[in-house]
Design a protein around this ligand. Structure first.
Ligand SMILES: [Zn+2]
Length: 166
């Protein structure tokens, strides 16, 4: 029988899954089988830049919370990201929309996300919040090496967890 540990999101004693900092589906989407330098995504650290198949993952969330993350954000957002067949639905949406404000000097364009994404805004917000929260609430490792942990501060750490838990 597997041992039960505290899930990072629901805080209940559960069997933990092999959770990822970024969705496993995104790693899969980032692989480019025809690339000459290797099919894997480029990992950039302070010291070097390499292609690697290593994913940042470790036991962190229970199956229910993994499902919550998938349903509330990941499943939809991953379909809007760049794919190596050239498809990039979020970029296509932006290219077809009129910005509210453009600053050519600083190369900034501001869009009305509510108008642009309509009912899907919540999926992007939830997904983005989940990535920041994951990066701040767990000491992740990649291939045995510790990844720097970010800080949201005590107040926002709990507010993000509470929002993501529903
Ligand atoms: Zn949980």
């Amino acid at each position: 029988m597997k041992s039960l540990e505290t899930c990072g999101l629901c805080l209940q004693k559960k069997e933990l899954q092999n959770s990822h900092l970024l969705p496993a589906a995104l790693y899969k989407q980032l692989r480019e089988p025809s690339a000459g330098s290797g099919p894997n995504p480029v990992i950039v650290t302070r010291h070097r830049m390499v292609t690697s198949s290593k994913q940042i993952s470790s036991p962190f969330l229970c199956a229910d919370c993994e499902l919550r993350f998938s349903r509330n954000g990941e499943n939809y957002v991953v379909t809007q990201c760049a794919e190596h067949n050239g498809s990039f639905k979020l970029r296509e949406l932006l290219q077809g929309a009129s910005p509210l404000f453009v600053d050519d000097m600083d190369q900034i364009a501001i869009y009305d996300v509510q108008q642009l994404l309509n009912t899907k805004v919540d999926h992007f917000l939830y997904f983005a919040a989940s990535v920041f929260w994951r990066a701040s609430s767990h000491r992740w490792k990649m291939g045995g090496a510790q990844i720097d942990q970010i800080s949201l501060g005590a107040r926002y750490q709990e507010e993000f967890r509470s929002y993501l838990f529903g």
